[in-house]
Design a protein around this ligand. Structure first.
Ligand SMILES: [Zn+2]
Length: 399
């Protein structure tokens, strides 16, 4: 397929432009991640195969004590810092007596971004750098089946690609809800997209050396019943994609006690004008905890979260304060704390919530995406190290 060579071509392209994607500049595709993992010299388990053929892997680091810990990156294609952070734990080491399984990239195909996905779907080399080029490539390679306001949808191979006039429409709007509403209103559209993956230009990027067509796929998955979600929303669905099924199967086999899910947040896009212009220093990350699930779980989760907040603060990373989170978060029934939020009413379909079948603590790390990748990676790795130390101590104290 074209995706591997397109990945290499994109690397050269970025090198020529003198740009640095991510923290490990050579890692731009799911295949790159898999090769890095193979060479890390630590025990690797192949969990499954992502769309496009890249392996989904778990790498065992840390000690031998149980319960095991899972550290997962790349649950969402746009959130590349979690992938790079997970890889640093393979390049360096992890100080924990517990078995720690690092799953560096939960959605390898989406991680590679729009152009590489298009190369794969079309099975040829294409180069897309802006909306005009995107439209002409999709018109040449695909079948246009839907025209919306400032966007159009094309079939290419077995996938769907959204063309978006980004001067008029933020592709995030399509991704966050609009596509789902359109599919519910229009049975013909729903039938066309059912069971498919929809790629949008990555409108979440913050000019960290790449553009909306280069890296980090903004992707919807459509269930067999036309429900439009994202990769991480399929954890409690029987028609989940392989990327989700294989991680579920693995977690069922190791029953982790602690899970750390490395995401990233564009919460900065939701920060109200009043707060943005107040002159108040905003945080650069926060944590998400699930709703309270099992009696006693809070006794582990809360101290681990507090340790993560303290650890990142000590390293110079400010977290969102309680009042900032209250002002910026803006959805669901949520409890607010200094540095973290706890959901009260969210359904149990995301990885960090599904895994509570086993885990006593499950925490999402959310660095703000509008800071350089190296900063986001540092927030992740600092938070994970603090969580591992605290969890080790809690289990130790229980005896
Ligand atoms: Zn995410």
């Amino acid at each position: 397929m074209g995706s591997g060579s397109a990945g290499r071509r994109a690397q050269l392209h970025n090198r020529e432009r003198g740009t640095r994607i991510g923290y490990f500049p050579e890692i731009v595709t799911g295949e790159d991640v898999a090769r890095f993992v193979e060479k890390c010299g630590k025990p690797v388990k192949r969990l499954g195969t992502a769309l496009g053929g890249a392996a989904i892997q778990a790498v065992k680091v840390g000690g031998r004590k149980k319960p095991a810990v899972v550290v997962k990156g790349g649950s969402h294609g746009t959130e590349i810092a979690g992938v790079h952070a997970a890889l640093t734990f393979l390049a360096e080491d992890v100080d924990s007596a517990h078995e720690v399984y690092v799953i560096p990239c939960g959605s390898p195909f989406d991680f590679g971004g729009y152009t590489r996905a298009l190369c794969h779907a079309a099975d040829e080399e294409v180069d897309v750098r802006n909306d005009d080029e995107c439209l002409s490539v999709l018109t040449r390679l695909g079948r246009r089946f839907y025209d919306g306001e400032h966007f159009a949808l094309f079939h290419v191979g077995g996938m769907i690609f959204a063309w978006v006039d980004q001067t008029k429409l933020d592709a995030r709007k399509l991704f966050y809800g609009q596509m789902d509403v359109l599919a519910q209103q229009d049975p013909r559209l729903c039938a066309e997209i059912t069971g498919k993956r929809i790629f949008y230009p990555n409108a979440i990027y913050y000019d960290d050396g790449y553009g909306p067509y280069d890296q980090g796929g903004l992707v919807s998955l459509v269930s067999r019943y036309g429900w439009v979600g994202n990769m991480n929303g399929f954890y409690d669905r029987y028609d989940a994609p392989e990327e989700v099924r294989c991680v579920r199967e693995f977690c069922e086999s190791i029953k982790p006690g602690l899970v750390l899910d490395l995401h990233e947040s564009c919460i900065n896009a939701r920060i109200p004008e009043k707060l943005r212009t107040s002159g108040e220093e905003l945080g650069n990350h926060f944590l998400i905890l699930p709703s309270v699930h099992v009696p006693g779980s809070e006794e582990t989760e809360t101290p681990v979260a507090e340790a993560m907040v303290a650890g990142t603060l000590e390293a110079g990373h400010k977290c969102f304060t309680r009042s900032q989170l209250e002002a910026a978060w803006g959805y669901d029934e949520t409890d607010y704390y200094h540095g973290y939020v706890r959901h009260r009413a969210r359904s149990t379909n995301s990885f960090f919530q599904w895994v509570l079948l086993f885990a006593e603590a499950s925490i999402v790390v959310e660095p703000r995406m509008d800071q350089p990748c190296a900063e986001r990676v540092n927030i992740h790795t600092t938070a994970v190290r603090a969580a591992l130390a605290k969890y080790g101590q809690i289990v130790e104290d229980r005896g």
